[in-house]
Write a protein of this length. Sequence first.
Lengths: 402, 64
Amino acid sequence: MSESLHTLTTMPAERRRGCPFDPPAELIEAREHGPISRYVFPDGHQGWLVSGYDLVRAVLADPRFSSRKELMIHHPTIDYSGIEVPPAPPGEFLLMDEPRHGRYRKPLVGKFTVRRMRQLTERVEQITAEHLDAMEKAGPPVDLVTAFAKPIPAIVICELLGVPYEDRGRFQEQIDTFLGGEASDEELIAAYVATQNYLAELVAAKRANPTDDVLSDLMDSDLTDEELRGMALILLSAGFDTTANMLALGTFALLRNPAQLAALRADPTMIDRAVEELLRYLSVAKQFYRVALEDVELGGQTIKAGTMVILSLNTANRDPERFTDPHVLDLNRQEGGHLAFSHGIHQCLGQQLARVEMRVAFPALLNRFPTLRLAVPADEVVLRPESADIYGVKSLPVAWDV
Amino acid sequence: MRISVDAGRCIGSGMCVLTAGEVFDQSEDDGKVVVLRPEPPAESWEAVRRAVDLCPSAALKALA
């Protein structure tokens, strides 16, 4: 059916007004045309946009599609014609294939099992309670992002990795710069240098004085300090930003769906399913990229070797062929299998930690403030731009009855 | 039903433990799948099938 092949020539820069939780209209429309569309990159490269659930999942599971950074020479929104892209630095295993990827991921897997993460429940409850106490003491209105959504996952990942509490603030700022989607090149370079300097200090400190944490445990392996810096960067940035955005945007979504919120308040046993549904509905990690290593048939099209493929996770998680009424937030939804943590060998290493954090933090927040509400009109909540790797709200002013 | 595992493919995501915790566990060392009940009781079959489908690295098979 090549005559009906849909083509996109730009990535949407923003979402439809009043629809902060839905993927941009242009991407939903692309999915309506079919699960795969042509995408013409700004440098002229003829690539693909995969927006349907089955095809996105298939590509994520297929080793013929590479994650190697050095192959991603076309940028979806900026014309970097002729630029040379270096391979991912040692340890930064997100943008690597096997066997390089496994060298870094394998020693971490045993540290992030379901059981180990569940053992952190009590500590997450304590950290959450402390932040709710502080919110209550400060009184409304409070910015939920800075008072709750950011610090809780940040403290948890810092404790897990062994980052001293007093270092958290400066690291948080740098991660915000990387992932916020609005920094200039100069700001990005400055944040990169500062982060590398900090990680070098951190790894050296653990090498000299190992403590009881994941980073210190890795000192027993043959991983070099350079590799450990890269791994720590991936773990900290993933741990800081993703759950934080789920907590804040998730609370916004709950407050905008009062019937669903009431159902969750009435039946706390819904929380596990509710968390999976918020993950599906919000899909804050919205897009990933792959490059075909050989010619691959996909959805009736031939993806030529060397071609870049944009995987649209948020439209896949809203695919009407996979999810009934996909654009409805239904906290009791029974259909599992969302792709919010991706799929295949790169599926989120920290997903079980994220689940524990959300299963603790959402109910604790709702219990503490039975009258929780937005402190500004919904259309004044400031959202991250689509250029951000991770979607979310920049701030979320909330209030409650005192 | 009989469960077969390809440990070489397992990436330790924990999806099987999350989905059918009475049948699957993870090793404390490398996070890989440990099958607690290779021949699970009928009441677990639905959860096992779901776990097989959700496995991100296609490391599990349930042979009916």
